[in-house]
Design a protein around this ligand. Structure first.
Ligand code: SF4
Length: 260
């Protein structure tokens, strides 16, 4: 994400929104200053496996050969078989005109371009289903997932960029992690939720406008959120807005990845 030229629109994904909503200083560090913490070996392995699974599902939708991918990693085969068994109505549908893998959409919103990529979009005359593959176990807290910007943004953008009403759109996560059986979680949508998301997006991006201006023009750091400071081990590592003009971020490359 480049913020140098504010005359062009800034692209934002759900990942940007999630970090902005939970930890503005980390947003500044990662997306503006481009200072990333190195991933642990375990994180890297998980990332590689997730990427391969998504590639497998995309190739499958395109009707491309899967043999070499499956030969390299037999676990992928087991995961695909388990998912097919758990969701045959989705995986074994034969109408290629009504579904697309890695379907991307972009929506202009104030000074930003909101971008989404659906792992699979399945539509008919009455409904549109967004499907997303997750290669980890289903989280216990459904409300947290409902509030996640991936859920909210993906539903919002489809309602804004298609002729489907919010009530006709749903979003299903499939959690695929061996040796567990795949599990799904579906979120329906409504006009009321759509209006709320629009308002929350406008509020969040108005904050971003202001923080970007302060950062670029006055060297003021992005502020901390108020609801997480008491439990956050990283709070002291980021300068407060008042300190930031005279103090650079201390040992920034040594700050561990925080999972939010
Ligand atoms: S207190 Fe911690 S989690 Fe909260 S905004 Fe600050 S650095 Fe982020």
């Amino acid at each position: 994400m480049s913020v140098k030229d504010r005359s062009s629109l800034i692209r934002l994904s759900q990942g940007h929104l999630n970090l902005l909503a939970t930890c503005p200083p980390r947003f500044q560090q990662i997306y503006i200053e481009q200072l990333h913490s190195p991933l642990s070996l375990e994180q890297k392995e998980k990332q590689i496996w997730g990427t391969r699974f998504h590639l497998l599902m995309q190739q499958r939708e395109l009707g491309l050969p899967l043999k070499s991918l499956l030969a390299e990693e037999p676990e992928l085969n087991h995961s695909l078989a388990a998912l097919t068994k758990a969701a045959p109505e989705i995986l074994l549908s034969t109408n290629p005109n009504q579904r697309e893998a890695e379907h991307s959409r972009t929506l202009s919103f104030n000074n930003y371009l909101l971008t989404v990529i659906y792992d699979l979009l399945v539509v008919d005359r009455e409904t549109a289903q967004i499907l997303d593959w997750k290669t980890y176990l289903q989280p216990q807290n459904k409300q947290k997932l409902a509030n996640n910007w991936q859920t909210r943004l993906y539903l919002y953008v489809l309602a804004e960029t298609s002729s489907y009403l919010p009530e006709q759109i749903s979003f299903t996560y499939w959690f695929v992690k061996l040796p567990h059986q795949p599990k799904s979680l579906t979120f329906t949508y409504s006009s009321q939720q759509h209006q709320q998301t629009k308002q929350d997006l406008a509020d969040l991006l108005t904050q971003l406008d202001s923080w970007l201006d302060n950062y670029q023009n006055y060297g003021i750091a992005f502020p901390h959120r108020a609801n997480c400071q008491t439990n956050c081990p990283y709070y002291q590592l980021f300068p407060s807005s008042e300190e930031s003009k005279s103090k650079t971020i201390k040992s920034i490359t040594e700050i561990e990845e925080i999972s939010i």
